[in-house]
Write a protein that binds this ligand. Structure first.
Ligand code: ATP
Ligand code: MG
Length: 358
């Protein structure tokens, strides 16, 4: 554990509402309420009439229902800068953790925007990064991957970055023995199986490090802005991924989503339609993330986007995007059909709506 990070002073509460969970499980809030009572899961917030479901409680519910989380590595990447890689890594990873998943975020960018989006600011040598783990030494001490993990809360962990990461590619290039295809495999080892999701926030570059992240990932997730330059840049991204697949025979998937979408100017709509007609159409996510100033403000202030402004319209989009890319919605519902009929809503339960108490 890093000296620069004190978990005692760091509070990050992630929750979902009963309505969110009931919707995801395709049951009524009343049926969920009954299930919570039967299994003695107390979701009340103090003495109020409000309920919040904490990550360990979501996880317990999921496990009781015989459901599970995927084991998935997701690399947020685009050579183009400023398209929303760090913002969306922050939002998707925190949402995954709120849904009870065990999540590791890895900041690969020397700009350390993902790290600072949690209000953590470190100068070089303050805490170990992926580069220090690669070197195996930090401040004269031997270090391993676990020494670099900051536990933001029980479900959400972060390997931070700082400006010191600037020369990681030079150092990787100097190592003639380095096998870029096995870089993260060797570094992470069995750690991969301890998390349901690992998210890489990649820098806007094509380098040895971004190649290593591509090769370790199940999904390369590419935000694009609805402008012509972003779309032109897709060709370069896809060509690189295609070559890597050929060279290393990897099976990863690539998906694109539109970020900072604004339905008001016609041009955004036209560009989104244009994209749907290109060769990349089959890689397009159904979910797009709206432009929302609240998102920008939360990230700049180092606040969790899900807690900063609950009315932020982009949150709904980010939740849909998370469910789409993780396949969680599909996974939990195809199994739920056969698992627990006792919590399925009956027509009389569905009629007795008591939304206020949930
Ligand atoms: N949906 C959105 N609505 C409003 N602002 C957004 C949205 N997504 C990202 N931003 C803002 O856009 C800017 C760039 O976002 P971000 O840093 O996430 O991009 P990036 O792709 O990680 O950049 P880089 O390539 O430099 O790493 C930030 O100010 C961020 O807050
Ligand atoms: Mg970034």
């Amino acid at each position: 554990m890093s000296d620069a990070f004190n978990p005692e002073n760091f509070k990050l509460e992630l929750t979902v509402t009963p309505k969110d969970l009931a919707d995801l499980l395709r049951i009524t809030p009343q049926a969920l309420h009954k299930f919570l009572k039967e299994h003695d899961i107390d979701t009340k917030v103090g003495n109020t009439r409000f309920h919040k479901i904490r990550p360990h409680q979501v996880r317990k519910i999921i496990e009781i229902r015989g459901l599970s989380y995927p084991n998935m590595v997701i690399d947020l990447h685009n050579v183009k800068g400023g398209v929303g890689k760090s913002t969306c890594t922050h939002a998707l990873a925190t949402r995954a953790a709120a849904w009870g998943a065990k999540v590791l975020m890895v900041d690969l960018d020397q700009q350390a925007n993902l790290t600072s989006s949690f209000g953590i600011h470190g100068h070089p040598n303050q805490f170990p990064t992926i580069l220090d783990i690669h070197k195996g030494m930090f401040k004269g001490r031997e270090v391993q991957i676990r020494d670099a993990i900051l536990e933001l809360n029980d479900n959400l962990h972060l390997i931070p970055s700082n400006l010191g990461m600037a020369n990681i590619d030079t150092i990787m290039s100097m190592d003639s023995e380095l096998n870029v295809g096995a870089f993260f495999d060797l570094m992470f080892g069995t750690l991969r199986n301890e998390y349901d999701f690992i998210f890489f926030d990649s820098p806007p570059a094509l380098s040895k490090l971004t190649t290593a992240a591509h090769l370790y990932s199940d999904l390369i997730l590419m935000p694009v802005e609805p402008d012509k330059f972003s779309i032109d840049g897709l060709e370069l991204n896809f060509e690189t991924i295609f070559r890597l697949k050929q060279r290393f025979g990897t099976e990863s998937e690539t998906k694109i989503f539109i970020n900072k979408y604004d339905a008001r100017p016609k041009i955004d709509f036209l560009i989104a339609s244009e994209l749907a007609k290109t060769d990349y159409a089959e890689n397009m996510c159904e979910s797009a993330v709206r432009y929302a100033s609240g998102l920008k403000a939360a990230i700049a202030e180092g606040k969790c986007v899900w807690n900063a402004d609950k009315k932020n319209p982009a949150l709904e989009d980010l939740n849909s995007l998370f469910l789409e890319i993780s396949g969680l919605d599909e996974k939990w519902n195809s199994k739920a059909e056969t698992v627990d009929e006792t919590t399925r809503p009956t027509s009389s339960e569905a009629g007795r709506a008591e939304e206020a108490s949930l």
